[in-house]
Design a protein around this ligand. Structure first.
Ligand code: HEM
Length: 231
């Protein structure tokens, strides 16, 4: 945790905030704070891209209601092939993301105060001890990982149906769908929270930075850590 504290660094001389955000995070540059370095952003968007691909190719396999979507990819048999490989790519990218963010996603004492209902209702006052991620974000991170393992493992008997019993495949179909439905709901909430619900959050995954005001409001402990309490 350090502060580059260079007022105007983003306009003149020296490294710009975009230069810094390429390979450093949790640093203050002028009026901005680097929240996600370039490699973190790339892995996040890689996960998101493979997720959307697996979603779009999986839906026509899932239900005839979405059968028309198969034509976007060249037919149902192409979807079956593509869906499995996009699922593998999504799982591999999620594992990389896991190692990138693991150190920031460990639960601490403060997370015990977290109330999911208050979080959804935005009714609780901002907690001054929230660090880089709040408990809801940590839960989301871990749930994405566990759902990935569930969907990956249950996908294997569906990929090679002849190698597994009928009964096992029926169980896997149900669990594969449970994982998918969970993801769908969770990702809709995630996109809402990362865009419309909390203005100023989305740019942390594009430009890599947030404003001091955003950090002070949503992640006060992280703000104190990166500014050394001089914010
Ligand atoms: C268009 C779709 C998406 C948008 C707009 C989006 C937006 C964001 C943003 C802005 C953050 C940073 C939040 C912060 O710094 O506090 C973030 C973090 C994260 N994203 Fe996404 N994301 C999308 C898709 C996905 C997908 C598909 C996954 C996984 C399957 C995912 C997993 C995560 C995780 C695990 C984090 C860290 C925890 C969190 O901040 O909630 N995202 N996302």
């Amino acid at each position: 945790m350090s502060e580059l504290g260079i007022p105007g660094a983003s306009q003149r001389r020296g490294p710009t905030v975009m230069d810094v955000a390429r390979d450093r995070e949790d640093v203050v540059v002028g009026d901005e704070i680097v929240r996600h370095k370039l490699s973190s952003r790339i892995i996040h968007w890689t996960v998101a891209l493979f997720f959307v691909g697996a979603l779009l190719t999986g839906m026509p396999i899932w239900s005839p209601v979405f059968g028309w979507m198969a034509y976007l990819f060249g037919g149902l048999s192409v979807c079956r092939w593509l869906h499995a490989w996009l699922g593998v790519a999504f799982s591999a990218a999620t594992v990389v993301m896991f190692f990138f963010w693991l150190s920031d996603m460990r639960f601490d004492e403060n997370d015990k105060k977290f109330s999911f209902i208050d979080y959804l209702k935005f009714s609780a006052a901002e907690d001054p001890n929230v660090g880089k991620y709040n408990a809801g974000q940590k839960l989301f991170f871990w749930s994405i990982l566990f759902a990935m393992l569930l969907v990956l493992l249950t996908g294997i008997p569906l990929w090679w149906p002849k190698s597994f019993s009928w009964r096992l495949r029926q169980v896997c179909i149900v669990l594969h769908d449970v994982g998918f439905i969970y993801w769908f709901v969770a990702i809709v909430g995630h996109i809402y929270l990362g865009t419309a619900a909390e203005p100023g959050t989305f740019r942390s995954m594009t430009r890599g930075t947030v404003t001091r005001a955003w950090a002070r409001l949503h992640h006060p402990k992280w703000f104190r850590d990166v500014t050394g309490g001089r914010g």
